[in-house]
Write a protein that binds this ligand. Structure first.
Ligand code: FPP
Ligand code: MG
Length: 305
């Protein structure tokens, strides 16, 4: 089974668990809406790519790890879109969860997805119980306080913000979890893979800032111009568009240079190169070309988160 199918299959299995006849129907539907259709599933794909580069000796555990990371990401997007944060109406080309189901169910959907992430990981931990500690610890660190995505979001409520600390927590933490927990799920040292995730997280953040000004909302499947609208720091406002593009290339070079020695190094390297071109497609850089985009290209862009 290819990586994308593995991810969709394991997510569908996880969601089937909560879609129980005795469960509240609207919340079950809100959970499905938050997870399907997905974006590019970049974090779980990265997790599985690293697991495979490390030998992937326990596929059920690497699948569960990748799914747990994606479920945390989906939870964070549901909460991020709420009126008390970004107040976004669209996500992944469809109404955001609070627009489709109301705020109360959106809060609960985020909560339930966090728990589902742990349920999914713990269901397969018996295959390699000795890997439980690094996996659960790593997942919790990536999401909670003091430096996970929840902490990253909380920086937006502080009056003085260290930009690097904010971005590392809000975006980098889950990327670092994707690489380090991918390795841990295959029995390798998570620490050796953290740097790769940090570089990729930073590169991804810069790409996101570029798309926020250079793409249009229909292409992205979510509102653009959000950084200016919410007064958020961004690589484009600090470096300008061409400076941000340059920074993106530098960060990708750092990421590629930080891949530890492993059996699957070559395949991982080519996957990351392809991903980098997907994050900043060349047609986004010139408006005349952008207007000639095919439906397939638009679909690709809208799935890029
Ligand atoms: C998208 O950022 C949002 C995040 C990267 C993380 C948001 C985190 C929380 C809301 C904390 C709650 C966490 C959980 C696990 C429930 P963005 O607004 O810059 O990007 P966007 O344009 O895709 O919305
Ligand atoms: Mg947002």
């Amino acid at each position: 089974m290819d990586t994308v199918r593995r991810i969709e299959w394991v997510l569908a299995e996880a969601l089937a668990e909560v879609d129980h006849p005795g469960a509240p129907r609207s919340l079950a539907a809100a959970l499905k809406h938050a997870v399907f259709p997905g974006g590019a599933r970049i974090r779980p794909r990265l997790c599985l790519a690293v697991a495979m580069a490390c030998g992937d000796d326990c596929a059920p555990l690497s699948n569960a790890t990748a799914a747990a990371i994606e479920l945390m990401h989906c939870a964070s997007l549901v909460h991020d879109d709420l009126p008390c944060f970004d107040n976004a109406d669209m996500r992944r080309g469809q109404p955001s969860v609070h627009k489709a189901f109301g705020e109360r169910l959106a809060v609960l959907a985020g909560d339930a997805l966090i728990v589902l992430a742990y349920q999914t990981l713990s269901a397969d931990i018996h295959h390699r119980p000795e890997r439980a500690r690094p996996l659960l610890r790593g997942l919790s660190q990536a999401v909670g306080m003091p430096a996970g995505i929840v902490a990253g979001q909380a920086w937006e409520s502080e009056s003085i913000v260290d930009l690097r600390q904010y971005q590392r927590a809000k975006t980098g933490a889950l990327f670092a979890a994707a690489t380090s927990l991918g390795a841990a799920s295959a029995g390798q040292s998570p620490e050796d893979w953290e740097a790769l995730g940090n570089w990729l997280g930073e590169a991804y953040q810069v790409a996101d800032d570029i798309r926020d000004v250079a793409a249009d909302a229909a292409e992205l499947g979510k509102p653009t111009g959000q950084d200016i609208c919410h007064g958020r720091p961004s690589a484009v406002s600090t470096l300008g568009l061409s400076g941000a593009l340059e920074r993106f290339s530098e960060l990708m070079a750092q990421a590629l240079g930080s891949i530890p020695d492993c059996r699957g190094e070559k395949a991982l390297r080519s996957l990351l190169r392809a991903e980098s071109q997907r994050l900043i497609p060349s047609h986004m850089l010139s408006k005349p070309q952008a207007s000639k985009q095919s439906g397939a290209q638009r679909e690709l862009l809208s799935r890029s988160l």
